[in-house]
Design a protein around this ligand. Structure first.
Ligand code: NDP
Length: 325
């Protein structure tokens, strides 16, 4: 069976690709240029290369950007859409973040609906940012909760990223309910939290410009940026390993009951003790919000690696790179 995977150069997508290949799929990844597409293919072990190819989608915010990419022979069975800007600073919040996130999401669904009727399931990488609602935390976060960030707040750079994720996800669910005739595919979203793990093999070299935003935090530690003092952290700290996030995407594509559901993919530790909470909501300090990851464990079978394994493997992967800058 065949999968279209967007944002092939990305940190999360690189691990989704590994799981897809492991599960026997043929995969077409999207990349913003020929050069990036070639780099992805070159990083794949030679014995798996005959099952991967790339297609260039230069600007996902453009109308019809995916019209050609969704057409393939043999046709696609599934689409996993990870491409979206994950930065915390923007020159132009609309052009640099909100448009690619929101128009990219509605655009790919429109293209699938119009040109790829064989697609059965679409999985979109949303984020915990579409769930979390600071400072008005509920007692327990689960998939029933949505961030209350508004479109009016979205152009304030402090809110742009989380608004991009909320409104991209919301527009996807709205597409499903408002489109006529109804789309032939079902939808699942992965709302993963702050994600750590080994860097993509296709990363040419390591600099703060190319490492993804969440792993940058670990790169800073490795480089001794916090030698003098560890910066203050929130009382509740959530994280998840990228390999668990990747498996969640592929299971959300494969498992029939996953259709129509969001999945909060999250584990937690309480800093500064760095005690890893093994998937339970019971060990959090009194008075702080908790999370419920039971749907991802129950429906998708995610077992969750602990913080130590995740950080150790991330550091190993960073030390193995050709470090620049
Ligand atoms: P990366 O920055 O590694 O990957 C982002 C991917 O999106 C890259 O392939 C990038 O392409 C592509 N992309 C970004 N902007 C555009 C654009 N305007 N047009 C086309 N492609 C674009 O980050 P992650 O892998 O971490 O992020 C992947 C997804 O996961 C995003 O949707 C992000 O919001 C979500 N997420 C990430 C979390 C984390 O902690 N890492 C947590 C929760 C959700 P290029 O390489 O060419 O720039």
């Amino acid at each position: 069976q065949k999968v279209l995977l967007t944002g092939g150069t990305g940190f999360i997508a690189s691990h989704v690709l590994d799981v897809l290949l492991d599960h026997g799929y043929t995969v077409v990844v999207t990349a913003r240029s020929e050069e990036k597409g070639k780099r992805i293919i070159d990083a794949i072990p030679p014995d798996l290369r005959d099952r991967v190819s790339y297609v260039v989608v230069a600007d996902i915010a453009q109308p019809g950007a995916f019209d050609q990419a969704v057409v393939s022979d043999p046709p696609f069975d599934f689409v996993i859409h990870t491409a979206s800007p994950y930065q915390l600073q923007f020159n132009d919040p609309i052009a640099d973040c909100l448009d690619p996130a929101i128009k990219g999401t509605t655009g790919i669904l429109q293209s699938i609906h119009a040109f790829a009727p064989t697609v059965k399931r679409v999985v979109i990488t949303s984020s915990s940012a579409a769930i979390l609602d600071p400072p008005n935390h509920p007692k327990v976060y689960d998939e029933s909760i949505w961030s209350s960030v508004t479109l009016d707040q979205a152009t304030d750079p402090a809110h742009t990223y989380r608004a991009s994720k909320k409104f991209a996800e919301l527009s996807a669910w709205n597409f499903l309910t408002t489109t006529t005739p109804p789309p032939s595919f079902t939808l699942a979203t992965i709302n993963n939290t702050y994600t750590f793990g080994p860097l993509p093999r296709s990363l040419a070299s390591l600099s703060s410009g190319t490492i993804n935003t969440s792993n940058l935090r670990i790169l800073d530690l490795v480089r001794g940026q916090h030698r003098a003092a560890i910066p203050p952290t929130a009382p509740v700290f959530t994280f998840v390993d990228v390999r668990d996030v990747a498996l969640a995407h592929v299971r959300a594509m494969e498992v029939p009951e996953a259709g129509g559901k969001r999945f909060y993919v999250v584990l937690g530790g309480v800093l500064p003790s760095e005690e890893v909470v093994a998937g339970t909501v019971d060990d959090f300090p009194e008075g702080h919000w908790r999370f419920d990851n039971s749907r991802s464990r129950g429906v998708l079978g995610v077992e969750y690696r602990g913080l130590e394994e995740s950080v150790v493997d991330t550091v190993r992967s960073i030390l193995g790179m050709d470090v620049e800058g």
